[in-house]
Every structure is written in structure tokens, then in C-alpha cells.
Design a protein around this ligand. Sequence first.
Ligand SMILES: [Zn+2]
Length: 342
Amino acid sequence: MKAIFDERQLRHTPERYFRRGAYMPHPEQAERAILIRDMLIKNQFPIEKPRDFGDGPIKAVHDPDYVDFWKDAYQRWRAEAPDQEPIPNCHPGPRRGRPSSSVFGQLGWWATDTSVPLTEGTWDAVYWSAQTALETAERVKEGERMVYGLCRPPGHHALSNASNGFCLFNNAAIAAQSLRTRFGKVAVLDIDTHTGNGTLDIFYDRGDVFVCSLHTDPDLYPTYYLGYEDERGEGEGEGATLNLCLKPGSDTDTILGRFREGLSAITAFGAEALVISLGLDMAADDPLSEVKLTGDGFATMAREIAELGLPTALIQEGGYLGPSLSRNAEIFLTASREALAG
Ligand SMILES: [Zn+2]
């Protein structure tokens, strides 16, 4: 099983995260990807760099103006406010208006929250993270059974026209849209502990991409605003959304039970290809986790995903700097490789 990664994804270097009224060290650090990359090398997964597919496939799921804004947003902010960190503090909310011509207004317009401080290398990092997802999908379209995209920063919270939760470009949605050029019906299964709210939103009215998100109950835990079980899609997408919520404290048996509901639904949908939003932050010792998935639980998920027999793009999402991040990535990916070989 091949892995795709580009070192330019390390260039986003956020320092602080504003949470519940206080700053804390930003959890989404380049070290996450370095740890996983080193694990891939240790386990002899071949690592290849993505080709450059341009911004067209990113704009296939995102507002083109949103994509273009980020290209020089950091430089524009620095020109206006050289000593101040590029973090938005004005947000339009769901109401009429326009982005304005000011970088301060625009940054808030295209951001739902303050979780993506812009840094000098942010554009490079999110662009190559998206290209990594595209290369992963491309390899699957070319006939590889399963490919792992080490995407960083993550993507599944990014809406079509707004950043959210450490995410600017929705790598899983970009991969799913790319897979649609070869496969008629594509499913996204999101096993990150947070709601795949961006992916859900992007495909909510579409019947060709089934989105199942397994996550900690958004009534009690971020991302709060999407991911409730009565949300089932709308219009042509009616029935093509499935949210599976976990109570804080859920153990591995409970998590796997709900995970299997997702697998059954994907089979019933008739998916021809699969994107896994591979968050590792359900681990009990992840700094952001409120559920308790064990290493064996990750291995079971990997095996059961492989047993679906579908062409599969694994797209890295969350998973933070707890003691078991690298180990759980290793468990998941080696179990996937063994299941494919067996
Ligand atoms: Zn997460």
C-alpha cells in the first residue's frame, strides 16, 4: 500500500488556539505529520509525492473566490498589520452582505472561527495537502486498491466557502469529487472524533456521494452545529447522509457497533469507491478525545473497511499529539495492508 506525502505540508505553523476564552498551544502542529511520516518509513510503506493538479479540482468543491482569497491573504494582512497575528475577529454569520475590500473583513468573511491563524507557509501547506488528497484519489482511479494520503493540515471541517476547525480545504471532499469522474457512486466514511461537518455540508443535497460521519455527539462537543442524527440530506441527497453520534465516554465496543451501522449503510447505498476520513482522535489518550477507542479498535476498523472490497482513498484528518498518535496510525495502516494481502 502506497502513501502520498509532500514536505511542503509542514509549512503551516500556527502557534496559538483560542478556546473557551483562553489561548492554548495550537494542537494542529506539523509534528503530527512528521511522526506519521517517520512511522511510514519505519514500516516500509513506499512514500510518493503528489503531482500538481492545479486549483481546478479544489474549486470543484469550494467557492472559487474562497480558494483564491487564501493565495495571498497572509501577505496582504502583513502589509496592513505587520506586527499583528493574522487571526480573524469579524465574522458575518448567516446573513446578507459582502466580503468588503479589506483583508481584515475578508479574513473573517471566509472563516467561521479563529482556529486557522495564517502563517507564511499556510497556503503552501493547504495547497499541497489538497494535492496529496488528489494524488491519493488519482492512484485509486488508476487501479490501486487502497492508498493512504498523509494530508496535513486536515480538511473535513472546511465548508465550501469558509474555514472551520483547523481546516481550509476539504481534502476528503476533493478526493470524493475526483473519484466521481471514474466511479458512479462514492461514499465517504468519517471516523474522526469530530463531526465531518464540512463534508456533510458540501454533499448534503447530492445523491451521488454518500456521507457517513461517526463522531462525538455535536450537541455536547465541537463542531456543535451539524452532525445530528435527524439530518439525512435533502433534495436529491435525501437519505445520502448518515450521522452516528457517540456519547462522551463511549468505549470501543460501543464505537465499533455504531461504526458497523455505517459500513452496512455504505453497502446498502451501493458505493463503488470509498474515501475514509481517517481521524485518529478517538483514541482515549488523544488530547482532544472524549471517547475511548483502543489500538485494537483501530485495527478492527481497518480490517472491516478493507473487507468491504472497495477501491479506497484513506485521507488523514485529525489525531493530535498524544502518546499513541503514531502507534495508532501504524496499527491502522499495517492492519489495512495485512487485510489486503490476506
Ligand atoms: Zn478531529
